[in-house]
Each structure stands twice: as structure tokens, then as C-alpha cells.
Write a protein that binds this ligand. Structure first.
Ligand SMILES: [Fe+2]
Length: 311
């Protein structure tokens, strides 16, 4: 009889359990129901409303007035609100230690950086309300190819801040068991070209505050609304820091915003490093860069970076 599977480096107190890890390692995805605490969910919705006003109310009452972002792209990268957000909760959830730990463990302990964090909002009849084709996300998360080698594994997370039912555009995901081929190309199949991906899909229905975890090698798709209603969420993806060919955005694009400076100045060294910022001890740090970064971010504690340079 095989030895029971043991969780690897399971983080104490993490809502992501050994069962979730085992499921992920077998199927390429895991659903963590009620990942967020009540306070985190309340805070996430408050930050959501502050960042893109009107959508929280619209999802609560889809017959209510439509926000002015209803029919135009958000003025930011890729037409969507990106990290950092107004308030602290969505920013903290982006860098939740359980997400960082999960992604790091899947990549065999490699240092990771956050390469995606943006909000997702849809309502029946909105431009995002359509049945997507089955796809892998690596098309716009790397300019190379995601090999089946942990060192290069990116991990994607999708937070759901509203209840997701069968009628409310659940994400559909298909287990690794149904595409065992060595090379995952193409990264996109219509229902007609590969019906088995659709016949074996699982709809991710879950309560508000839940989390879907999947990989760049996991087929999935967005589905259309079947009833009046909406869905609010946030995508977060981590990638190995050494893989400069990965990433959906460049965070420098967000750096001029006050929210960005506030976040940079308040968070820990580990969180900054997880955004791709140079870590203490990196050759980057010199008297010049210490003074330059301190000038740009006057409230940042520079001591950990100063302590790391050789004198
Ligand atoms: Fe996708």
C-alpha cells in the first residue's frame, strides 16, 4: 500500500489545506471555499467600491443605475483596475502569505514575484458576459512556454467576492487527467475541436470569499450568465522571480500613482520583494540607489537595504 500523501511545507493556519494541495497536484486546480475571513470579505468589497465605484451596488441590485464604467474601459493597464487599489484589504489579499507560500512551494521553493493583480467584474449583458473557449492562460503570461518543471511554475489565483452559482457565470475548469499530452499546444480549443475538455469541465460554484487556484497548464474558461446577476473577483498570479520572460503587466506603469507609493512605504521587505523590487543584499543596492529610492519613497524604512550592502 502506498504511503499516505504528506503535505509539503504546509503553512500553519493557512486556509489552503493538505487536501487542497493534493487535489491541485492531481488535477491542476483547487477550490478553497470561504478562504477570506468575514472582515477580509467586507474590506474587499469596500475597497472594490472605492476603486471602481458602482459595481458592488450594481451586483447587489442589477436593476439599479449603471456606473459610468459600464460601457468603457477602465483608464489603466489592459482597461482594468490594477494593484494597488484604494484601501488596504485588496492589496493585502494580493500578497496574502498563504498565496505566496502556495506558489513558492509549487515552484520548489523558488523566489516568486506577483505578476498579476487586477479586478474582475461582470454582470449579465455586460461586454464580459460570454461563453469563453477552453484555454490555458500562458498565452499572455509568458512570451515562452510553461514546461512541466516546477522551477518554472506560475500559479494563478482567482478570488470571488460574491456568491457564484451555476447561473452566475461560474469559471469552468478541466482536470489535467483529460489532456496528458507532452506539449500543451494549442492553448485554445473550441467545443467542436475538442469536446472532451467541455464534457469533463467542473463549474466552480462557491460562496463569496472563496478562491480558485490553477496553473498555466490547466484548461479553463469563463462562462456566460444564465440569470440576472453579477460577479466580482480579483485575479492574482505569481511567477518565479528568475523568469523574466513571464508576467502579464509591468508594475512600473502603476508606480506614479499615490496608491503605489503608499503601499511601497507601508509594507514589509518580503512583500516588496514579492512585487519584484530588489531585495536586501542585491547588487543593485549602493549609496546612490539607497538615496535615490529614499528620495522617491520618503517614508520607506531603508535600513534593511542599507544593512545588506557591503562596506
Ligand atoms: Fe483564462
Amino acid at each position: 500500500m502506498p504511503a499516505p500523501r504528506r503535505a509539503k511545507h504546509l503553512m500553519t493556519g493557512s486556509p489552503i489545506t493538505s487536501d487542497h494541495i493534493a487535489h491541485y497536484e492531481q488535477h491542476g486546480y483547487a477550490i478553497v471555499e470561504s478562504f477570506c475571513t468575514t472582515a477580509e470579505l467586507d474590506g474587499a468589497l469596500a475597497d472594490f467600491d472605492a476603486t471602481i465605484p458602482g459595481w458592488v451596488d450594481l451586483v447587489k441590485d442589477p436593476t439599479g443605475p449603471k456606473p459610468d464604467t459600464w460601457d468603457r474601459r477602465f483608464p489603466g493597464q489592459r482597461g482594468m483596475p490594477h494593484f494597488p487599489y484604494k484601501g488596504d484589504t485588496l492589496n493585502n489579499l494580493t500578497f496574502h502569505p498563504a498565496l505566496r507560500a502556495f506558489a513558492t512551494e509549487r515552484a520548489g521553493g523558488a523566489a516568486m514575484f506577483c505578476e498579476q493583480s487586477h479586478l474582475s467584474y461582470k454582470i449579465k449583458g455586460y461586454s464580459g458576459d460570454h461563453d469563453q473557449a477552453m484555454h490555458l492562460d500562458y498565452g499572455n503570461h509568458t512570451i515562452a512556454y510553461p514546461p512541466n518543471v516546477p522551477r518554472y511554475w506560475q500559479t494563478a489565483f482567482l478570488y470571488y467576492f460574491t456568491d457564484v452559482t451555476e447561473d452566475l457565470a461560474p469559471t469552468a475548469v478541466c482536470s489535467w487527467e483529460y489532456y496528458p499530452e507532452r506539449i500543451l499546444w494549442p492553448a485554445h480549443y473550441t467545443r467542436e475541436s475538442r469536446p472532451s475538455l467541455y464534457d469533463n469541465e467542473v463549474k466552480v460554484t462557491c460562496p463569496a470569499g472563496s478562491l480558485l487556484i490553477y496553473s498555466m497548464r490547466t484548461f479553463h474558461r469563463g462562462t456566460a450568465f444564465k440569470a440576472m446577476g453579477g460577479r466580482l473577483g480579483m485575479f492574482v498570479t505569481y511567477a518565479p522571480l528568475e523568469a523574466r520572460w513571464m508576467g502579464i503587466v509591468g508594475w512600473s506603469q502603476e508606480a506614479p500613482r499615490q496608491e503605489f507609493r503608499n503601499w511601497m512605504e507601508r509594507v514589509s521587505v518580503a512583500e516588496r520583494t514579492a512585487l519584484g523590487f530588489p531585495e536586501p543584499g542585491n547588487d543593485y543596492w549602493t549609496e546612490e540607489t539607497l538615496d535615490g529610492v529614499a528620495a522617491r519613497y520618503p517614508r520607506m524604512d531603508m535600513a534593511p537595504y542599507r544593512d545588506g550592502i557591503e562596506r
